[in-house]
Design a protein around this ligand. Sequence first.
Ligand code: NAD
Length: 479
Amino acid sequence: MVQLKESMALAASWVGGRAVAGGDRFEVINPATGEPVATLEAIAPEQVAGAISTAVDAQIEWQQRSLPGRAEILLAWADLLQQHREPLAKLITAESGKLLTQAGWEIDHCAAMLRWYSQAALRITGTTLPMHGGQRNFTLKQPVGVVACITPWNFPAAAIIVKAGAALAAGCSCLIKPSELTPTIALALVQLAERAGVEVGVLNVLITNAPATVGVVLCADPRVHMVSFTGSTKVGKQLYQQCAATVKRLALEMGGNAPFIVFADADIERAVECAINARFYNSGQICVGANRFYIESTIYDQFCQRLQAAVASMSVGDPLLATSDIGPQIHSSAASRLAELVADAIDKGARLLLGEQSTSGAFFQPTVLADMQPTMLAFSAEIFGPVACLYRFDSEEEVITSANSTEAGLAAYLFTENISRLVRVSEQLQAGAIGANSCQLFAAEIPFGGWKQSGLGKEQGIDCLDEFLQVKSVCLGIE
Ligand code: NAD
């Protein structure tokens, strides 16, 4: 098992500063090797109520901390993440198969978010309102309370920090429920948070291989005031329903189906470079992944050839090696699912420009498919793997209509050297994040969150703490 230090070799949930176990044992498997990374003991469902009590008590204390006090701790946490960059990145790679270079970037991004949140914490204010009817009125912004953070495996550190960092800055406590596929990185992050000065009980990690059971308990308990979820649309919708009974605040970051539009007047070299990034980053397992490449007919063949050549030069291999461009999928079942999507497309008339149709364990060869049609499964499914699907279009109006014909409005990309079109089409695409001649959608200061059925709320950005704060109006009946 990759460890930060011997003392951090935890194998159970972490609640109130100590390990808690009582449920099933399960293994975390390295997708690149098929070998176990760690054996963990799940929390028993009946122990979750106790963890919630711990978070409730700790939150009362934590919200009393001054804003500069919270900011200092977040900065110290960021520093510790940077100091432990290498072992943390190796842990991410071991659990998720992410390329080590990209896992290192993830840790850098985590530190950057904590620094951003530390500054946001200093700016939590209320307002004083003009007298009304002889009464003085003001507002306070106060923490929501206890937040359940349910996170996926594809950004196993960043998806936690983006939530927990903001929640802490706002004065909330957290029950972090990481993916059962990547749980140990969560334990390492929280250990470092406590070393940075976060009081025990403020950040708790619930390890389970039965997420639905624990999810039901978290959603049903009125002492959990908010659920902040990142993951699939299917599970997000389920949590939305489960939270209705206790009217929780919800933040949902869910699946995407991004269009990537290349007009004939685009800088093709740049578009191909961004296509590689937007489709093949994290071995294709990104929510903002380019799912549907729309290429204007007059440059279709040229673009196909250039993308095919660029993808052919990518090397698939050990995620620990700097020479690898693509590592394994999270699981062999994910690779098999990709093979099914590719087979369906070929059956329905798509041209296979690149890629073998056999899988080897969790590895899947990068694939490029041309002559795609909306009737193929890959048009509406979230591909979530290294498969580029190329469609053809003839007019701006037609491509906007087709690009928007999805309920997943997370991200969209467009490439054109015509500045009027760049702005006009950006305005018309129905997605929360637009890459306009760009594929860089992430930075701590850029708000991120989906439209339509891709999400509720925003993470990061200037208003990043508002999700975790509630406004109280105080109406003073004094002379
Ligand atoms: P997932 O929905 O299977 O799991 C996400 C989390 O929910 C995990 O912690 C899992 O254990 C938990 N979970 C699963 N079933 C649950 C239930 N019934 N009740 C409570 N919790 C439950 O998603 P995944 O496979 O881990 O991640 C991939 C998905 O996440 C993709 O759809 C991707 O687009 C999405 N994603 C979205 C964003 C975004 O910012 N919008 C970012 C990363 C990933």
